[in-house]
Design a protein around this ligand. Structure first.
Ligand SMILES: [Zn+2]
Length: 305
């Protein structure tokens, strides 16, 4: 039991305005609940470092990365899609968000029975090989996975994405790469309205209806993901940890609660203990109901312990 928490103050400085749900207060809400729960005493907290262009270009096209650097405004803001704006500090925040995944991979690969959680923003799982979308600029989890494949010569990495939205960007980046087992559960139909018809032997999508109860979600995860993850025998488990499927989160219509996130973390830890010395790296994706977000992160981390 040794969880390291990576974050960086600059991740708070990307600010798309007071009425934007992907707001700096999300990280404060997580921090508040870590303190309230006493977990802040147990976690090892470290500052993330920034990803380099070369790190980003393992998951994204060089043209896309170069264009994002070139577009980054020094004042004002620009819109990359109707949900996704870039301002003065956005590029820096995105570089540290992506970099935290590399730090976390190093942390768990170089220690025994180690887990890491990256409390970062902007999130990443909608960013495709060559497109920003849905609040996402760089695909943090994909950048981390590519780094682990490259630096540690891994052959099997599982990416588990329980954000209520389909991890379309992650699927796009790894659709031809069977070294990755990608598992995504999501409300369908709902933004980005992808993933329901994916046919692949290394992508397990669980499109579930609005109003989905926890029992239905757990049953789907138990029958579709857990046996496949066990059979895949991952050398590392990465998690796109989005908490917007919480019943209190108005971004979508799932009915999940803290104990469901705790349950999934426990199941993933069991698989990680069996196959990869307990190595789990989770990175924050969505989660917009602030109180529920903080409580859910605490429940998830307790499940990893
Ligand atoms: Zn989401």
């Amino acid at each position: 039991m040794a969880i390291t928490l990576f974050s960086h103050a600059i991740c708070r400085q990307h600010n798309a305005g007071d009425d934007h749900p992907e707001c700096p207060a999300r990280l404060d809400a997580i921090n508040d609940q870590l303190i309230r729960s006493g977990l802040d005493y147990i976690l090892q907290q470290k500052d993330a470092t920034a990803a380099s262009k070369a790190d980003l270009c393992r998951a994204h096209s060089t043209l896309y990365v170069s264009e994002l650097y070139a577009k980054a405004p020094t004042e004002g803001h620009i819109w990359l899609d109707p949900d996704t704006q870039m301002m003065n500090k956005t590029l820096q925040a995105a570089l540290y968000a992506a970099g935290s995944g590399l730090n976390a991979v190093d942390e768990v690969m170089q220690g025994n029975d180690k887990q890491a959680f990256c409390a970062i923003r902007p999130p990443g799982h909608h960013a495709t090989h060559d497109q920003a979308m849905g609040f996402c600029f760089f695909n943090n989890i994909a950048v981390a996975a590519e780094y682990a494949l490259d630096k540690y010569q891994l052959e099997r990495i599982a990416i588990v994405d329980f954000d209520v939205h389909h991890g379309n960007g992650t699927e796009d980046i790894f659709k031809q790469d069977a070294r990755i087992l990608f598992c995504s559960s999501f409300e369908y139909p709902l933004y980005p309205n992808t993933g329901a018809d994916t046919v692949s032997d290394h992508i397990i999508n669980l499109p579930l209806p609005g109003g989905c109860k926890a029992s239905q979600w757990r049953a789907a995860v138990s029958s579709e993901w857990l046996p496949a993850l066990d059979a895949f025998a991952p050398q590392l488990i990465l998690v796109s940890a989005g908490f917007d499927g919480h019943a209190e989160d108005e971004m979508a219509h799932f009915m999940l609660r803290e104990d469901d996130y705790n349950w999934l973390a426990t199941e993933l830890k069991t698989i990680a203990n069996k196959h990869c010395q307990g190595r789990v790296v989770a990175m924050l994706e969505g989660g917009y109901a602030l109180s529920a977000l903080g409580r859910s992160v605490v429940a998830f981390l307790k499940g990893l312990m």
